[in-house]
Design a protein around this ligand. Structure first.
Ligand SMILES: NC(=O)C1=CN([C@@H]2O[C@H](COP(=O)(O)OP(=O)(O)OC[C@H]3O[C@@H](n4cnc5c(N)ncnc54)[C@H](OP(=O)(O)O)[C@@H]3O)[C@@H](O)[C@H]2O)C=CC1
Ligand SMILES: CC(=O)C(=O)O
Ligand SMILES: [Mg+2]
Length: 588
């Protein structure tokens, strides 16, 4: 005798259905064939506890007989999950494993992340997330977040109704500049997903309060478009008015439906990212992570590195390799802290004067006013007008200007050569070398190269993690200068204070708090960033300070202002642990 469900799956000419297949709606409306199953909870990643459902819960939720006998604890499950995770040998396999765990049981997934941040971050975030983005169409298992394509123009507000939760945070990309990997079309979705995993693991957002979004406006990546498995809109990427009006419809729909939600712009190419930020920064709660988040995290590292070098911030001279969204974001914020440092001496210098201490090098060489050709708007404030000759290589620029710091945000791997690094070491007692491009292959140099070619003298940070380096019996821990230290706390502060906007001072506050998380002892060891393992407590501190700054500027929309912001933030924070579940009605 076949069960009703099995019967419903019989062949189209099954006699039991009178020779006709039952339509889906018939199946759903027939209580014998379809009971909205209590077992769904085993497939609901938010509530699922798997083998950790207690006997009582199993009885009440109709799960008895559907799980093996033993009732496990989250810790038991964690041991198994960690063993499974470690059994995979390649990073991409580990990534796929973690993604499927996230789809099955978010509590277990986040507990695994939180307790093993140093080990799991390189998988869910850079560098492996980069590989996952390039292969999204190949490794695709299931959907997460929202994909909104140009063809949805005119109905985006209605599409948002398909999302069943109220998000506190959206990370959105159009996939046009994914890490240093270029245009990855809809594969770029891996980045919002990865960033949001960090919002949860690193700051304590509740998973259901996060929404990754990919705005699909086509791709210019021909290799992807020629691939029959590619999942996105197969057409040339749209820019110009059509792009802005599409983005506007999305952003206004978000503001209308979820007015308190924070929108983080991520990995939009520099032909649109500056303009998007300028257009919306005062219209809704938003920020651009590559410009502002990166600016803040590198300012923290720079302030601490300046202490290590013994040279005050205002006296540094910096060469940037790369003159795109990240470099300009970092340069702007460093110019601001240089000015603040100078103000301490009672000298009223302008931010523009401090910009003179920076030299930006792009794909054509040193950015100058005189070099001819089009000068993109974001480079104008840094274009030099004081050069006698055009310098077309980084080496020439380093030779001529003898910087105290070299910051790589070019997306070009292996460009800080032995010659350049040796020169930095010849010119400085403690040169600052930040090779910040992601993922690892795009890093301007490795930690080992930086240490070796500067004879152990450099203060180093990279965008993606590098292993410890041993130099003359000393173990050096390379710092990770990645916006991951900033955006979780900055976002948390902006959300809990229900801020109207994200102001420049809120961003600057975040970077100062992060810098202060590094102790004198850490600095003595040459560490300029705190350990990633403490990111949750750092995020709480950053969030509290950011919220206070929001209040100070009159941006906070809370009707009653908390006395103790740290406690207020902590009350919001999600801990990945199982709650006692009652009966099924509780889950509706
Ligand atoms: N560590 C971190 O937290 C972060 C790291 N990044 C990384 O920084 C890198 C750049 O990001 P972003 O600024 O947003 O990207 P952009 O595309 O905006 O900028 C890239 C810049 O690099 C320049 N460039 C490209 N090729 C060369 C070359 N051969 N020689 C010299 N300059 C070159 C480009 O020159 P041109 O202007 O002439 O085209 C452009 O100015 C990426 O790898 C990204 O992953 C980004 C954000 C945060
Ligand atoms: C870290 C980051 O945001 C980037 O590389 O784009
Ligand atoms: Mg980014």
């Amino acid at each position: 005798m076949k069960s009703p469900l099995e019967q419903s799956m019989l062949s189209p000419l099954s006699p039991s259905t009178g020779g006709l297949t039952r339509s889906r709606s018939q199946v759903f409306s027939d209580p014998e064939l379809f009971t909205p199953s209590k077992t769904n909870i085993l497939h609901d990643s938010t509530y699922n506890k798997g083998t950790a459902f207690s006997r009582d819960e199993r009885d009440k939720l109709g799960l008895s007989g559907l799980l093996p006998y033993k009732v496990e604890t989250l810790e038991d499950q964690l041991r198994r999950a960690l063993r499974q995770f470690r059994a995979f040998t390649t990073p991409i396999e580990k990534y796929i494993y973690l993604s499927s765990l996230q789809e099955r049981n978010e509590t277990l997934f986040y507990r695994l992340l939180v307790e093993n941040l140093v080990e799991t971050m390189p998988i869910v975030y850079t560098p492996t997330v980069g590989e996952a983005c390039t292969k999204l169409h190949e490794v695709w298992r299931s959907s997460r977040g929202m994909y909104i394509s140009l063809e949805d123009k005119g109905r985006i507000r209605r599409l948002l109704d398909n999302w069943s939760h109220v998000p506190d945070i959206i990370v959105v990309t159009d996939g046009s500049r994914i890490l240093g990997l270029g245009d990855l079309g809809c594969g770029g979705m891996g980045i919002p997903i990865g960033k949001l995993s960090l919002y949860v693991a690193g700051a304590g957002f509740h998973p259901v309060k996060t929404l990754p979004v990919q705005l699909d406006v086509g791709t210019n990546n021909q290799k992807l478009r020629n691939d029959d498995l590619y999942l996105g809109l197969n057409r040339d990427r749209v820019r110009g008015e059509e792009f802005y009006s599409f983005a506007d419809e999305f952003l206004m729909a978000v503001k209308d439906k979820w007015p308190k939600c924070l929108v983080q712009f991520e990995d939009f190419s520099n032909d649109v990212c500056f303009e998007l930020l300028e257009k919306y920064r005062n219209k809704l709660l938003c920020f651009n992570d590559d410009i502002q988040g990166t600016g803040a995290v590198i300012v923290s590292g720079f302030l601490n590195a300046a202490k290590v070098t013994g040279i005050r911030p205002k006296d540094h001279k910096i060469v940037f390799f790369g003159a795109g969204s990240a470099s300009v974001g970092v340069a702007d914020q460093i110019a601001m802290v240089m000015k603040l440092d100078s103000d301490k001496d009672g000298k009223q210098v302008t931010v523009d004067e401090m910009r003179r201490r920076m030299y930006l090098v792009d794909s054509k060489g040193l950015v100058t006013k005189s070099r001819g050709g089009r000068l993109e708007v974001h480079k104008v404030a840094y274009a030099r007008d004081d050069v006698e000759e055009e310098l077309t290589s980084l080496l020439e620029v380093v030779k001529k200007y003898k910087p105290t710091a070299l910051i790589g945000l070019s997306g070009q791997g292996q460009t800080f050569t032995e010659e350049i690094l040796s020169l930095m070491a010849e010119n400085n007692e403690k040169p600052i070398v930040f090779a910040l491009s992601n993922p690892t292959n795009n890093s301007e140099c490795s930690a080992e190269q930086a240490v070796k070619f500067t004879k152990g003298k450099c203060v180093f940070a990279s965008g993606s993690p590098f292993p410890d380096v041993t130099y003359e019996d000393k173990v050096i821990k390379p710092g990770q200068g990645n916006n991951m230290y900033i955006f979780p706390g900055l976002g948390l502060g902006a959300v809990v204070s229900e801020s109207k906007n994200v102001s420049d001072l809120m961003v600057l506050t975040a970077s100062q708090v992060l810098a202060d998380c590094v102790t004198e002892q850490d600095l003595k060891k040459g560490d300029i960033y705190p350990s990633l393992a403490s990111i949750r407590s750092i995020s709480v501190k950053i969030a509290a300070a950011v919220a206070r700054q929001s209040v100070k500027e009159g941006l906070c929309r809370l009707t009653s202002i908390p006395d103790d912001w740290e406690q207020y933030v902590k009350n919001y924070v999600f801990e990945p642990a199982y709650a006692e579940l009652g009966d099924a009605s509780q889950l509706q």
